[in-house]
Ligand binder design. Structure first.
Ligand SMILES: [Zn+2]
Length: 191
């Protein structure tokens, strides 16, 4: 039986002096978290403003994480961009809150990898490959933010490779975290 592969972590202490101090935002938000099958939703409501930010591995969305080369890969990427830019395909906010989309952005960012130990054995090469995540932002304006209590996501229908969505939410009423799966797709913001 093989032991868990050792993950090398090089800490170039000397270089630290030359690296800019990380901003509070980057410390707070773990942009580096990248696990296939695992998507993150960060939801922030402040007054009439509602921001939903989604981080998803490229593998979950298009099935690859390298630069799109073939025609098939390019069209998969373009379909994904189109779908992800349409917030209604991804999230549905309870109608009473009267939220309308004011802005959306989809970008692909390179990310470090956090691999569950059990999967390392199946693919020893994965640690050496580059990984990429989709960063999706939806900005809404809600006329009735006090009525905001439910966000349902259709993510799992579009991207069956995702097993779990970890949700962090921060509203005028509460701050909490929850997990979604294929059976439970509603975020109850009252809890
Ligand atoms: Zn990856």
């Amino acid at each position: 039986m093989k032991t868990k592969p050792h993950t090398m972590r090089i800490l170039p202490a000397l270089l630290c002096t030359f690296i800019a101090v990380p901003s509070l935002a980057s410390t707070f938000r773990q942009h580096g978290a990248h696990v296939h099958g695992f998507v993150i939703y960060d939801i922030a409501q402040d007054g009439t403003g509602l921001l939903i930010e989604i981080y998803a591995p490229g593998m979950d969305v298009v099935g690859f994480e390298h630069t799109a080369n073939t025609e098939q890969e390019k069209s998969a990427m373009s379909r994904a961009n189109q779908l992800l830019n349409d917030s209604l395909s991804i999230v549905n906010i309870n109608a009473e809150a009267q939220c309308s989309l004011t802005d959306s952005a989809v970008s692909l960012v390179k990310s470090s990898f956090e691999q569950p130990a059990a999967q390392d054995i199946h693919n020893p090469f994965v640690e050496h490959s580059a990984h990429a995540s989709f960063d999706i932002k939806y900005q809404f304006n809600c006329q009735n933010p006090q009525q905001l209590n439910d966000i349902n996501t259709s993510w799992f229908q579009h991207f069956p490779a995702t097993n779990t969505i970890a949700v962090n939410y921060f509203t005028d009423k509460t701050q909490n975290a929850t997990e979604l799966n294929k059976q439970q797709t509603h975020i109850h913001l009252d809890n």
